[in-house]
Design a protein around this ligand. Structure first.
Ligand code: SAM
Ligand code: SF4
Length: 333
């Protein structure tokens, strides 16, 4: 489907990718995303309902959005998520619908999600070591995530991706076992450099396990890795293939190789705010507009304004960097 009037920002970047967060709540507490205790969640009445989410997505699809990712917080703690997935999957014009989850509830939800039309899953797992999983997430749920992955595979999900956050002096011993597990199961790992989006301001550059170091480690200990061109050059991950034919691995190197120049993404938070960047400081209040009775044209105009005002890129590597006021769980990763 072509679009006569695409969503283009002032740097010529066409936006066709939307991430919708359906909740800021979560059933685990990864330290790089949430504090251990005392998290203040948005009141339920301030979270977009399914009608509002679907309406916004339809408007966005009318403006050229083709790829949609549902995320959170933990999307599977949102009641009746498969009902929303079915509604989103039925919107004409969506060419790619994906879900990012921590996998804790996947054993229960893999089948209903598949039946609702979902075909693409990213499951967040940093380690296969039970103690380290608990250290990172402050919950003893590794077994549930592994069972969830096995169930997802059994019900028919293919191309499952594993999201692993790369934190220095913490997960070095997990990189290779996770890669081996993925190769054995036909999954593809995405190692994500730790980004400054944690709720407790723990981040500093020295705590980032860099893509180059992981590529060297995997090449040494498993099989040499060579870069492969991604079919979608605007995708955030740099893709690599193992020389022994054992599949692919991706690196989201937001810190060491920022990919802002190719950014095609917008984000809608669970409380209905539109953001043109994970690290944006400003956002637009879509929910207030919708709840004031505004017609679709006004929502579309707000989307266009948001994109028009998009900055060139984040400044993680500069002294000018200011961390966004919302941590990861509240933005939607
Ligand atoms: N709860 C789901 C999950 O964990 O996949 C979806 C939301 S979570 C915010 C989305 C992704 O963000 C996770 O897969 C995790 O890998 C990533 N993430 C969270 N905090 C991060 C951080 N500070 N730096 C890099 N990636 C992070
Ligand atoms: Fe929850 Fe995902 Fe954040 Fe971990 S990264 S605390 S699973 S929202």
């Amino acid at each position: 489907m072509t679009n006569a009037n695409p969503l283009v920002d002032s740097f010529g970047r066409v936006h066709d990718n939307l991430r919708v967060s359906v909740t800021d709540r979560c059933n685990i507490r990864c330290f790089y995303c949430m504090p251990e205790t005392g998290v203040e969640f948005v009141e339920r009445s301030q979270i977009l309902d399914f009608e509002e989410i679907e309406r916004f997505v339809r408007v966005a699809v009318g403006m050229g959005i083709r790829k949609l990712r549902v995320t959170g917080g933990e999307p599977l703690v949102r009641r009746d998520l498969p009902v929303l997935i079915r509604r989103l999957a039925a919107i004409p014009g969506i060419e790619d619908l994906a879900l990012t989850t921590n996998g804790v509830l996947l054993e229960e939800f893999a089948q209903p999600l598949f039946d609702a039309g979902l075909r693409r899953l990213n499951v967040h797992i940093d380690t296969l070591d039970r103690a380290r999983f608990e250290q990172i997430t402050r919950r003893d749920d590794l077994g549930r995530v592994l069972r969830g992955l096995a169930t997802a595979k059994r019900v028919g999900f293919t191309r499952i991706k594993l999201n692993a956050v790369a934190v220095k002096n913490l997960v070095e011993a997990d990189i290779v076992p996770l890669a081996r597990y993925a190769r054995e199961n036909g999954f593809e790992v995405r190692y994500i450099e730790f980004m400054p989006l944690d709720a407790q301001n723990l981040w500093d550059r020295g705590k980032v396990l860099l893509a180059d170091d992981m590529i060297a480690q995997l090449s040494r200990e498993i099989s040499p890795l060579a870069p492969v061109p991604d079919p979608d050059p605007r995708a955030p991950a740099s893709e690599y293939a193992y020389a022994d034919g054992g599949g692919m691995v991706g690196f989201i190197a937001s810190v060491s190789r920022p990919f802002c120049l190719n950014c095609n993404r917008l984000r809608l938070t669970a409380d209905g705010h539109l953001r043109y960047c994970l690290f944006a400081i400003e956002e637009d209040d879509v929910k207030a507009l919708m709840r004031s009775g505004a017609p679709d044209e006004e929502i579309a105009a707000l989307v266009r304004r948001n994109v028009a005002g998009k900055w060139e890129g984040h400044e993680i590597n500069s002294t000018k960097f200011v961390a966004p006021p919302r941590p990861m769980y509240s933005i939607g990763g």
